[in-house]
Design a protein around this ligand. Sequence first.
Ligand code: ATP
Length: 234
Amino acid sequence: MLAHLAEGILVVADRQTSGRGRLGRAWHSPPGCNVYMSIAFLPAISQRKSPLLSLAAGLSSALAIKAVTGLDVRLKWPNDLLAGKSKKLGGILLETRSGPGRTQVSVAGIGINVNIPKESFPADIARTATSVFAETGEMADRNALIAAVCREFGYWLSVLRKEGEKGVQKLLKAYTGISDTIGRKVKIKAGEMEFEGTAAGIDQEGMLLMKLPGARQLKRVPAGEVQSLRAARR
Ligand code: ATP
């Protein structure tokens, strides 16, 4: 089984009964319209860099959606896919666990709102969520999307694995190019702390670099500690 994981194992669901996002948050996953896919694989990169896998999964999904549907997708650090008026089109959940021996096994869970009509979102996310169909007015082929995500993700994984620091820079450049976060004033809640500043960039370990008022050094924010990131009021 683990030998196959070097290439990756793909699991696709038509619906999810307990779809979830980060921090145990629920992911609305009705049948017959969206993409819910998980790719299990051996990360084969240093643990220090594993947060980059989540960025790679987000970037891959965004590029795949753009290629298949023409829709412009932007990335909200760390794990959201946005479209239209910064509404949530999809989410990424990257988890890594220890396998047999000292192997690490990662699973990239990807949920994309594809053909769900606007009116079908439950009330609590009706104003914040969107779908490919809601944005383009056209139904998209879910299988084509899934195949494109796998192709992109395979490519970015190999860039990270084979090209060392150059690969990391290549990934960050592509990610930053479609980021909805970098260059913005944002407010972050992390544990007991709350801070506001400008999102200045992402470092080689996938951490957000924040310029805080009065501080000379950039603050590094690990994705795992962030409960929420919102646009700050101007
Ligand atoms: P936030 O969206 O508040 O920044 P998050 O990005 O950390 O939180 P995720 O784990 O990515 O959260 O996603 C879970 C959240 O997304 C839920 O709490 C809900 O608000 C919203 N949500 C749930 N299902 C969907 C869906 N199908 N489409 C868009 N948004 C959804």
